[in-house]
Design a protein around this ligand. Sequence first.
Ligand code: COA
Length: 220
Amino acid sequence: VNIVIYGCGENGSQAFHCLRHDKNVNILGFLDGNASKHGGEYLGKPILGDFDEIPRLCRDAQLTGAISAIGDNVVRARVASKLRRAGLQIVRAIHPQVMIESPLSVGEGAIFEMGAAVHAMAAVGEGVFMGTATIVAHHCRVGNYTILSGGVSTGGGVSIGSYSLVGVGASIHPHVTIGSNVIVGVGAAVIKDVPDNVVVAGVPARVLRELPPLDLAGIE
Ligand SMILES: CC(C)(COP(=O)(O)OP(=O)(O)OC[C@H]1O[C@@H](n2cnc3c(N)ncnc32)[C@H](O)[C@@H]1OP(=O)(O)O)[C@@H](O)C(=O)NCCC(=O)NCCS
């Protein structure tokens, strides 16, 4: 399948380095919202343009798939919706050295770095980013467009909402529920439930501040 990666930043680089091992995927190049990058190169691949290039690429280069690789969770979701509306299939960027008990448990558009692990009876939503040495344990649920940074450990039965960010090396107590639009600080130990729209950090994790609710317009 011929694909493009949307986003020429760190997230796009991670998606590229996961996908380049996939023999079923041919990366035609990148798309990006920054017009000054168009016509240039990123990681040795052409930066082909923005959404308006998609019809031409479908016609002339048999483009059929794409992945949204943007660090901001809401923008990543919005871009994935636009790619889908343009008729493209959203692919997963799963590094070959990821351990997933059941591939069906991972949503479209996931980006999993080398050394991530998803146990049996777990479910990971669309567009989730998982870093190296991050473990989604048995019976965990991870919502759409959430980032689990490197070295995040979950106990069994943890639930994490959508559009959240769990910082590097955080640990989550078994059966704890973390809401949507939550930021968990680096190295936190989350030992009790966390509501939506807050920042928590520390050992044990406590609420640092509240976050404004997200604007999810344009996301299907
Ligand atoms: C938690 C976090 C969001 C707070 O950022 P912030 O809102 O800018 O907060 P500040 O840096 O102003 O710190 C506010 C207070 O919280 C404390 N704090 C910040 N991060 C903390 C952490 N991870 N653990 C414990 N305390 C922390 C600060 O020491 C400060 O305390 P003080 O008021 O007593 O001085 C941020 O520090 C963090 O950990 N982000 C996650 C980064 C990450 O992993 N990204 C993923 C990359 S893939």
